[in-house]
Unconditional design. Structure first.
Length: 233
């Protein structure tokens, strides 16, 4: 299997100028990450690295996992060795391209990337995504922060993909978790209600009530004040 390298050429240089080229050889897992956070990555490694490691206990080699709101693929790549297949959903175009690049450079053959957002039946179609940062994080269908720009994205329900044999789901969709789950009820039932790691940045009784109606127990995750695990009996 071929390893990869990155040929970096200064933007102001012509294509046929061979000065200041940089070649970086890649052979292991590769994460394409936002440059504006480079100091953090250099000093601390991946965001939520301990949480990612913790999630490996919920992955099985004979089951699929879902990464909903995959960003550039830190969860998808890190968990791909621990499951049968990863389905990664990322609606924002440039972030999706970085996700695909990370997957390709990491040679993860068991990851499928999809450039769609997930939501409820009522949200299906073309919706406006509010982009609130330059690193692809925080983008939302809901307006909770100053908006830098907007992008038209496609929304589908998870049920429309007919994915089965799911053992674990991670959801980080910036206030659209409830709607995502509303469009996933058949999928959850077919997979015997897998564990769900989800983000909740504010009190959301509707989301918690929906999960409890499906007999999920909500478990706060230690040292992560906005991340929770939904576990079914």
């Amino acid at each position: 299997m071929c390893d990869y390298f990155i040929l970096s050429k200064p933007r102001e240089r012509e294509t046929n100028r061979d000065t200041q080229n940089q070649i970086i050889c890649l052979s292991e897992k590769v994460y394409i990450l936002p440059k504006n956070n480079i100091t953090y990555y250099m000093n601390h490694g991946l965001f939520e690295k301990d949480l990612i490691e913790w999630c490996k206990q919920f992955c099985r080699k004979d089951q699929n996992i879902l990464d909903i709101g995959a960003h550039t693929g830190t969860y998808s790549i890190s968990l791909s060795d621990n499951c049968k297949h990863v389905y990664a959903f990322e609606p924002q175009k440039m972030t999706y391209y970085a996700l695909c690049g990370s997957i390709a450079l990491s040679k993860c053959k068991n990851v499928t990337c999809m450039n769609v957002g997930l939501g409820s039946e009522e949200q299906v179609g073309i919706q406006t995504l509010n982009i609130v940062s330059t690193d692809g994080g925080g983008s939302s269908l809901h307006m909770n922060h100053p908006v830098l720009e907007t992008e038209e994205i496609e929304i589908k329900t998870l049920d429309s993909f007919n994915i089965e044999n799911i053992g674990f789901i991670k959801i980080d969709v910036e206030e659209n978790e409830l709607q995502t789950l509303q469009g996933s009820q058949t999928t959850l039932k077919k997979s015997n209600y897998p564990k769900i790691l989800f983000e909740m940045n504010r009190e959301n009784p509707e989301l918690l009530g929906f999960l409890k109606d499906l007999d999920y127990t909500i478990i706060p995750i230690r040292n992560c004040n906005n991340m929770f695990l939904a576990s079914h009996p």
